[in-house]
Design a binder for this molecule. Structure first.
Ligand SMILES: Cc1cc2nc3c(=O)[nH]c(=O)nc-3n(C[C@H](O)[C@H](O)[C@H](O)COP(=O)(O)O)c2cc1C
Length: 261
C-alpha cells in the first residue's frame, strides 16, 4: 500500500477500534511505570512523537493503545496542504523513512477543537506548533505566538518545531540569534498566559540532529539564558549515512528510524 494511504488507514482503523473498545485486547496490558517531569505525570515512558497524529483526531485511540503521552501536530496558524505527493518513502531494509510532508494540517483551531473532544485520553498531551510556509522568517514569532495562545488551554506541554527540514528556511531559526529572539518572545508570552490563567504550561524546543558541537554549545547557552523548560531531541536528519545503498536515499526530506537512532 502507498505509505501515506497506509498512514491514513492506520489512523482510521485505530479510531474505529477505540470506539469498539477492542484496543486493550489487541495491545495487551501496558505496565504502569509513572514518571513525573515538570509537574506532568506520565503514566509510562513510551510516547508518540509529532507527525503521526498531526490533526489530533486520534488521541483517544493512541491513549487506549497504551501510549503514556501523545504529541500532536505540527499545527500551524492557518490550514495548509503541505508538499506535493508523493512525500513519504519507506526504506525497508534500512528500517528507515524519508518524509517531506511539509506541515500538512487543518490549522491550530481545528486541532484544538479535536483535542477538546478527546475526553477519554488520560495521558500527557503535547501540542507541537510551527509556522505556515508562506510566513517569512522575520514574522515567524507571530505564528508561534498565535499557536501558543490557541494551544495553551488544552496542552500539557508545547513543543516548538523549528527544526523540520521540510519548510524552506525553517532551520535558519536555529542559529543562536534568531533562536534567542524567538525563545525570548515565547517565554514572555508564557509568563503572560500563566498570569492570566493561573496555569504554567512548559515549553520545549525540538531540535535538529544536524548540529555541530559548536552550535550545540551556542544553543545550550541561549536555552539556559532564556530559561527554556526542556528540549526534544531530535527531529529528522538530512544525513543519508547508513542508507546510501537504497536508491530512495536520493529523495529530498528528513530521514528517521534506525539510522537516526
Ligand atoms: C512521516 C513523518 C512525519 C513527521 N512529522 C513531524 C511533524 O509534523 N513535526 C515534528 O516535529 N516532527 C515530525 N516528524 C519527526 C518525528 O516526530 C521524530 O522526531 C522523528 O521521526 C525521529 O524519531 P524516529 O526516528 O523515532 O521516528 C515526522 C516524522 C515522520 C516519519
Amino acid at each position: 500500500m502507498n505509505p501515506e494511504t497506509a498512514h491514513k488507514v492506520t489512523l482510521w482503523g485505530l479510531r474505529l477500534a477505540e470506539k469498539m473498545r477492542v484496543l486493550p485486547l489487541v495491545m495487551g496490558k501496558v505496565p504502569s511505570d509513572p514518571v513525573e517531569i515538570l509537574g506532568m505525570k506520565f503514566p509510562n515512558r513510551v510516547g508518540l512523537a509529532a507527525g503521526m497524529d498531526k490533526e489530533a483526531d486520534t488521541v483517544n485511540a493512541f491513549g487506549q493503545a497504551g501510549f503514556g503521552f501523545v504529541e500532536v501536530g505540527t499545527l500551524t496558524p492557518r490550514p495548509q496542504p503541505g508538499n506535493e505527493k508523493p512525500r513519504l518513502f519507506r526504506l525497508i531494509p534500512q528500517k528507515a523513512i524519508i518524509n517531506r510532508m511539509g506541515f500538512n494540517n487543518e490549522g491550530i483551531a481545528a486541532g484544538v477543537e479535536n483535542i477538546r473532544s478527546a475526553t477519554r485520553f488520560r495521558g500527557v498531551l503535547g501540542v507541537n506548533i510551527g509556522k505556515n510556509k508562506i510566513t517569512p522568517n522575520e514574522d515567524a514569532a507571530q505564528d508561534y505566538l498565535a499557536c501558543l495562545r490557541a494551544a495553551w488551554p488544552v496542552a500539557d506541554y508545547i513543543a516548538i518545531n523549528f527544526s523540520s527540514p521540510n519548510t524552506p528556511g525553517l532551520r535558519d531559526l536555529q542559529a543562536a540569534e534568531p533562536a534567542a529572539r524567538l525563545l525570548a518572545s515565547l517565554k514572555s508570552e508564557q509568563s503572560n498566559l500563566a498570569a492570566e490563567t493561573g496555569r504554567h504550561v512548559p515549553i520545549f524546543m525540538k531540535v535538529a540532529p544536524d548540529v555541530t558541537d559548536e552550535h550545540i554549545a551556542e544553543l545550550s547557552r541561549v536555552f539556559l539564558d532564556e530559561g527554556l523548560d526542556g528540549l526534544i531531541a531530535t527531529n529528522t536528519t538530512l544525513s543519508r549515512a547508513g542508507v546510501e545503498a537504497n536508491p530512495r536515499h536520493e529523495e529530498a526530506g528528513g530521514l528517521s528510524g534506525a539510522p537516526l537512532t
